[in-house]
Design a protein around this ligand. Structure first.
Ligand SMILES: *Cc1c(COP(=O)(O)O)cnc(C)c1O
Length: 506
């Protein structure tokens, strides 16, 4: 009885996007002419935040070893570290969690997830995994051999780690604009088609198990690719008999940008755009911590043979095939969250807030990545603190300084997140970015304005910011657990200047 009514609730939900996903833009015009992103949701559960004084922020940063990953949330005001697993869930997602079917095997929660995946991504077969990197582990173990080469638009940290761990390497084939901070190119995530052909000729199709395209390319600022580009990549992959794998972790935003920026899809629904993208890929995998605002991950395909071959790795590393290390409650919320990804009013909220913040910062002359992407606002550390050389981790230093100035936690995406070469030298990152992630539907506009205000103050005082260096450096994904120290007493001086300028304000 209960189960049925819950099921019909989720059915209603699955039908909802059809009406929401009209051709109307979710942007609401204000009579004043001001461009303000209007929240198309209301807050029904809140969590109290703590903004601690600047002296405590300085101490907390020292305790955290100048690594924002090591901060405790009791010391964090706005957590803009990531969009992973911290997105606001909808009422329908929470409701769906109550009908979870706890079973080791044959859970109906998994059956509901399978049908959502088929409806939204158009893929019939689904392997569950506990998160996105677990999907990458399975794909890399299955496909990557010593000397394998994987061409891609750009790597993600965990993708690179799994491919190299299995003896392969990556080649990034980006358009020339991709790494330019300031650009008007609407599709900086595109693969350069001529370079892709050349790369296949160089490495040999036989050494390339798959080409990888990442939607809303995370590390270059949440920048999308166009469907025209994906079609061209698909044609080349097909010609050479190479599989095309789509990392769909940030696919909702990529679909939203396609609708906004690619003329052919101006009047297409987000649902149709998602299906079009997934149809071009042989294998789609995702981190549900991002897409679907839940927690978990999955690999899906219409190729039963490929899926069957990877099943052993799922049972070995993740769990039985109908849960794969994911709680059944999360599986239920994932199914609803995936369907909500087709709703433009849902998918537009984070990009519109990011666009607003990027626009305001640009006006203030603060260097930011343009055009505004998905995921977050990316501040260009090499433009913000040009006096800090890359070896002193300018983006890491900026993340540290911004936390001290504001209590806002961002993430370094630069050389600190990179690796060392065989000689032990840092491989300098292509860009040094402070990423201020915009978790989906979590913050209000006044909070975004606070971020703008404190960044403006910090920009004015940017000469006070100095470099940092590692004191404890793990060999794998060092940015997560590494500890660093300031190269001088600049953090103390920055905190003192804050106190001087703001009096007894927080
Ligand atoms: C987050 C992310 C991953 C890894 O997913 P996790 O759930 O964090 O393991 C892989 N690819 C992209 C593009 C991501 O953004």
């Amino acid at each position: 009885m209960k189960k049925n009514s819950a099921k019909s609730a989720s059915k209603t939900q699955s039908a909802a996007p059809a009406t929401n996903d009209s051709n109307a833009s979710p942007k609401v015009k204000f009579f004043s002419g001001e461009h303000i992103p209007l929240e198309l949701h209301k807050v029904r559960v809140v969590q109290k935040l703590h903004l601690v004084p600047v002296e405590r922020r300085l101490a907390a940063m020292q305790e955290a070893g100048f690594n924002t990953f090591q901060l405790q949330t009791k010391d964090v005001f706005l957590d803009m570290l990531t969009d992973s697993g911290v997105n606001a869930m909808s009422d329908n997602q929470i409701a769906a969690m109550m009908q979870a079917d706890d079973a080791y095997a044959g859970s109906q929660s998994f059956a509901r997830l399978q049908s959502a995946v088929e409806e939204v991504f158009g893929k019939k077969y689904l392997l569950p995994a506990h998160q996105g990197r677990a999907c990458e582990n399975i794909l890399a173990q299955h496909f990557v051999k010593p000397n394998s080469v994987i061409p891609m638009n750009y790597h993600f940290t965990t993708t690179l780690a799994h491919i190299t761990r299995n003896g392969g390497r990556i080649v990034e084939i980006l358009s020339d604009d991709a790494l330019k901070i300031k650009s008007t190119n609407p599709f900086k995530g595109n693969i350069d088609i001529a370079k892709l052909e050349a790369s296949i000729a160089t490495h040999g199709a036989g050494n390339i198990p798959f080409i990888r395209m990442e939607a809303s390319t995370n590390l270059i600022g949440g920048q999308p690719f166009s469907i025209a580009n994906m079609r061209a990549v698909r044609a080349i992959a097909k010609k050479h008999g190479i599989l095309l794998v789509l990392d769909a972790s940030l696919i909702g935003e990529n679909a939203y940008f396609v609708k906004q920026r690619e003329a052919e899809f101006k009047n297409a629904s987000v649902a149709k755009i998602l299906l079009t993208m997934c149809d071009l890929a042989d294998i789609v995998y995702f981190s549900a911590r991002k897409v679907s605002s839940s927690r978990g991950g999955g690999i899906c395909s219409n190729n039963k043979e490929i899926i069957d071959q990877m099943k052993n790795l799922v049972v070995l590393f993740e769990g039985f095939l109908t849960y794969g290390g994911i709680s059944v409650r999360e599986i239920e919320s994932m199914a609803v969250g995936l369907r909500e990804t087709t709703d433009e009013t849902v998918m537009s909220q984070s990009p519109l807030f990011i666009e607003y913040l990027v626009g305001r910062l640009e006006k203030l002359g603060i260097p930011v990545v343009t055009p505004a992407g998905g995921l977050g606002c990316h501040v260009d550390a090499m433009g913000f603190v040009p006096h800090i050389p890359q070896k002193d981790y300018p983006a890491g230093a900026l993340a540290t300084a911004f936390y001290i100035a504001s209590g806002v936690r961002g993430m370094e995406r630069g050389t600190m997140s990179s690796v060392r070469d065989v000689h032990g030298h840092d491989i300098l990152a292509d860009a040094e970015l402070l990423r201020l992630a915009m978790p989906r539907r979590v913050f209000t506009l006044s909070q975004v304005k606070y971020v703008e205000d404190r960044l403006a103050w910090l920009y004015k005082n940017r000469n006070l910011i100095g470099g940092i260096h590692f004191v404890e450096e793990p060999t794998v994904l060092r940015f997560f657990n590494g500890r660093l120290a300031a190269n001088s007493d600049w953090p103390q001086k920055l905190a003192a200047k804050f106190r001087q300028d703001f009096g007894d304000s927080l």
